[in-house]
Design a protein around this ligand. Structure first.
Ligand SMILES: C[S@@+](CC[C@H](N)C(=O)[O-])C[C@H]1O[C@@H](n2cnc3c(N)ncnc32)[C@H](O)[C@@H]1O
Length: 254
């Protein structure tokens, strides 16, 4: 099958991912999917029935963007995947039109896997975390522990001697708004931690709903190979143009 675009370890295919994937016979380190949620009147926003099943043989882990409404409504399509964790992307501005609810300023990203958890590639990400209570900068620097020999908090939230802690599951990243080329374009700041967590440098990232090519661009920027599939030729064109140009206009964490 001929890619719509190919360069620098990135391939983009035009078509329905459920038709294209079986023809490619891929093995990816991770699938990062931002499917149509099926919640708007946009012409492409229709949930592609059964798509998570098409990922079974392709990768042992899958990150999927969505709303709680989408995941509850489509949960049967995730049969065969085990739920691992969820991350919240917190945006600076809301997108929902409803005036009679809480202002919606987040999206979910759920992580699913098949087979053994221990067998997955995982690289838990760390971030600067300040100092834990009761630990001075000097004592932290030499690796002292507090609280009777135990670090405060659970392992994940603990700030260790180098001042880092696990990246938190609520990640605040500005949405692209006027800079976006796709109505639901995802900023690089929310994609980078997913790519880093689930794929090694040189690994393969699959995005079955590539849109404007954000995930492909981020994967390439981070030294991964990437395959994308997009059903709408207008978005394929935008993604191809974006991937052919450098540097890429990627959104940053706020
Ligand atoms: C939520 S958007 C993805 C946006 C993308 N993450 C970005 O940052 O630009 C979903 C995309 O999936 C595409 N799409 C819808 N059904 C599809 C299918 N069955 N196979 C492949 N792409 C599909 C739509 O055209 C749309 O561009």
């Amino acid at each position: 099958m001929k890619p719509y675009f190919e360069a620098d370890g990135v391939q983009l295919y035009l078509g329905d991912c459920r038709d294209v994937l079986p023809a490619l016979g891929l093995q990816a380190d991770v699938v990062i999917a931002d499917p149509p949620y099926g919640e708007t009147s946009l012409p492409w926003d229709r949930w592609p029935e059964g798509w998570p099943v098409f990922m079974h043989g392709v990768s042992r882990q899958l990150w999927c963007f969505g709303s709680m409404r989408m995941f509850l409504g489509q949960h049967a399509d995730f049969d065969g995947w085990r739920f691992a964790q969820d991350v919240i992307w917190e945006k600076q501005q809301g997108s929902g039109p409803a005036a009679d609810r809480f202002q919606r300023v987040h999206e979910h990203v759920t992580h699913w896997y098949r087979g053994g958890w221990a067998d997955l590639y995982r690289d838990p990400q760390r971030e600067s975390g300040g100092l834990p209570a009761g630990l001075s900068r000097r004592r932290a620097a030499v690796g002292h522990k507090v609280n009777g020999g135990h670090l405060h908090g659970d392992k994940g939230s603990t700030v260790v001697g180098d001042g880092t802690r696990l990246v938190r599951s609520v990640i605040r990243v500005r949405n692209l708004r006027g800079a976006a080329e796709h109505p639901t374009e995802k900023p690089a700041g929310i994609l980078r931690p997913l790519v880093a967590y689930s794929s090694p440098v040189g690994g393969l990232v699959l995005d079955p709903f590539a849109g404007s090519g954000s995930t492909l661009a981020v994967a390439r920027e981070m030294g991964r190979r990437a395959v994308g599939i997009e059903a709408d030729e207008r978005y394929c064109e935008i993604a191809a143009r974006r991937l052919a140009a450098a540097p890429l206009p990627l959104g940053e964490a706020s």
